[in-house]
Ligand binder design. Sequence first.
Ligand code: PEP
Ligand code: MG
Length: 583
Amino acid sequence: MAKERRLKGIAVSEGIARGTVFIYETKKIEVFQTPIFSVYLKDETERFEKALDKTKQDLSNIQERINQETGKGFAQFLDAQIMMLSDKSIKEKVKKGIIEEKKNAEYVYHRVISDYAKKLSESKDQYFKERVADIWDVGLRVLRNLLGLTHSSVVDVPAGSIIVAHDISPSEAALINPKKILGIATEAGGRTSHTAITARALEIPAVVGIKGLMNKIENGEKVIIDGDRGILIKNPTSSRIHFYEIAEEKDRELEKTLSPYYGLPSKTQDGRHIDISANIEFFSEYTHARKYGAEGIGLFRTEFLYLTRRGNPSEEEQYRVYNALAKRMKPHSVIIRTYDLGGDKIFSDYHEANPFLGWRAIRVCLDDPDFFKIQLRAILRASVNKNVKIMFPMISTYEDIKRIHLVFEETKQELKSHNTEYDGEIQFGIMVETPSAAIMSSQLATQVDFFSIGSNDLTQYTLGVDRGNEKISQLFDHFHPAVLHLIQQIINSGHQAHIWVGLCGELAADPLAIPLLIGLGIDELSMNPASIPRAKMVLRSITIPQCEEIAKESLKFRTALEVKRYLRRTIRKKFPKIDEVIK
Ligand code: PEP
Ligand code: MG
């Protein structure tokens, strides 16, 4: 019996999957040069036109299916690809090349798109540079159709499969059917790679960034994907299988226990209402938010609109998404966060020595007000629904807020001068996620309508620990007393200025943290949709005085470990029901 092997990667989508490996490989296309006799040149140009039409049809079919299955926003990136197929200059160049050089269509087409992609990649304009991947996505589809090759598509993957791939292209990632595909493992990618984003949105357990994966795994092998711990287990031993069977059974039991909470109000036992809302990356996730009983969207990470289509979506495209989201979430509110690009959510070919300390989020937007205003206009236009709030990430200085106010006011005036309507009362909030913003929170609170604490970044910057670096992940702990004292300071500053304070980092979903945060006075908790029922269950089992006592005690400790030990002990002793839902 082959030895068990554990392959470590990055956990990007939680859950456990057991299944059969399906190696997803897009075969390399070889293009040969063939002379064409003059009498056949017309046929050759027609063959090329037909391949373009077929590709257009293929992409429209894909788009149609995604629109039906996942929602409109998800397939928008295909618009750009479909448009490329109608590009007159490419079409004319290829037809001219076929006739003048008397060469086969695939050879000429391959050369033309290679030249085109090369020119775009040399462009100074970020937008054009980012179109290169689209050109190859489309180009390879056309070439496959010309060569009569079938597409290796995720659509054809048999039910019960675990997809193993080097990477999955954006158009393919969008086709993944969660009913058939149990898990995903890739060699490439990080937390915000396309595969990771899609897996989380579709709730498929996934591990990415497994070094050398493709040389270590074969088609048909039985594997386990552990999306909680970020490992793929090859040839699992019977005791390992048993361990995961128990874990899966526990997950199912937990779901049964929590499902009655989907529709219940998020109130403490003694009647205090705390908003429990959802963090989403895609428009289509609003269905999950609604299913699990979210009372609004507490964080819409709009940078994914940019990342999934690899470039800046137009004002109109953004407006359509924000407007539809606001409408679907009524009567609840939707907090739209402006682009948090940079950090680990990188532009395709822009690199910095310290991206988390670099050109990120609001810094990118304030450096290019014209670019920023496209998004501000789209959000303001959607605000006519009266349930939209706007939020700005990565604020580190008072001047940041002053400068945002200037651009925001200018944008409002511009809309007004064009008689475009928006909500004049739109709430203006900031993420408090840098130590400087936390320490200065009483000054910042006078300038805004709400705070939302970004505990992921607040922990990273306070402790000086890169949130995505596996080597030091044991040092990343949002229960560190330094983080907790800053959270207390932010909440107090907000309340003194009579504004509400929420928290939208991973800490919000942690059942150990919820009583503590409520005791500190948090008004809203925003988390990934699937965690909402558990948060409601915790909330409904506790009272405000109990939470206040927990918060007071928690702030006395010197280490994260002491805090967590105390919380575990107290919950086990006083709230056995909550203890049962802690994984
Ligand atoms: C955070 O930093 O806690 C947060 C919610 O934002 P993001 O994870 O997108 O940086
Ligand atoms: Mg953040």
